[in-house]
Design a protein around this ligand. Sequence first.
Ligand code: 9D3
Length: 248
Amino acid sequence: MKFCVLTLFPELFDPFWNHGIIRRAVQGQKINPATINIRDHAKGRHRVTDDRPYGGGCGMVMKPEPLAAALAEAKKGMPSATTLLLSPQGKRFDQPLAQSLASEEGLILVCGRYEGVDERFVDLHVDGEISIGDFVLTGGELGAMVVIDAVVRLIPGVLGNDDSAGSDTFCDGLVEHAHYTRPSTVDDEPVPDVLLSGNHQEIERWRRETALMRTFMKRPDLLAQRELSPQERELLVKWRRDIDRLIG
Ligand code: 9D3
C-alpha cells in the first residue's frame, strides 16, 4: 500500500518510517512511504504557504495553490489514491475506519498547520476529513502518523502470526485480559496461579472472564455499546448476585 504525506514538516516523518513495525513493513515492501514538502510547491522567492484570513480574525490559513500543486505531484505516482485531510473537524478515527482504510490501494494524507486550510482546497480535492480525537493539536502530522500506524498493522503480512491483528483490543469490543511474564513474583506480587497451571481451557476461561471484568471497571462505555453473549450475561448476573450478597 502506498502512503504519501503532504506536510510543511517532512522531517518529522523520517524517524516514523524508520523504526519498528513500520520500518519492517517498508523493508518488506508491504508499504511504500513518501513525504512531500508543501513548501516545495509554493511560488515566489519566499515560497509562502499561508496567508491572512478573509474576513479578518487571528491566525493564518494555508493557501490553496501550494496544497493543490503538492497533491498533483503526489497523484502522479498514485492516481487512484484516496485523499484525506487531518483536521479537528474530521470524522473521529477508530478501529473500523482503520479497517476500511487498510483495503485502499493508496492514501494521501494532507497535514494542516496554522488555523486551517482554505475551504476550496477541501471542497475540490479532499475525499474525507479525519480527526484523531477531541483535543487540540498544533497540526495534522501526529494525526497522520496515528492513522498510518493503525492502518499499516492491519495490512496482511505486516504482523507476525503470534502478534495477529485479529485478537486486538476493541476487535471484540472488550479490553484485553492482563498480561504477565517472568519473573513469577515481583515485589511479593505473584502471577495468577491459573496461568502457571498448564490447563489451557482454564486459562482461556480466565482470560475471557477477566477481560469482561476489566472492561466493566476500566471502559464501561464499551460494554454499553456492545451486545452481550449469553455467557457474558450469565457472568454479569453471577457478579450481581455476589455483590448483592456482599452488601446484604
Ligand atoms: C481555535 C480553533 N481551532 C479548532 C479546534 C483551530 C485549530 C486548532 C488546531 C485548527 C487546527 C489545529 C491543528 N489540528 C490539526 O491539524 C488536527 C487535529 C487536532 O487538532 N485534533 C485532533 N485531531 C486532529 S487531526 C489534525
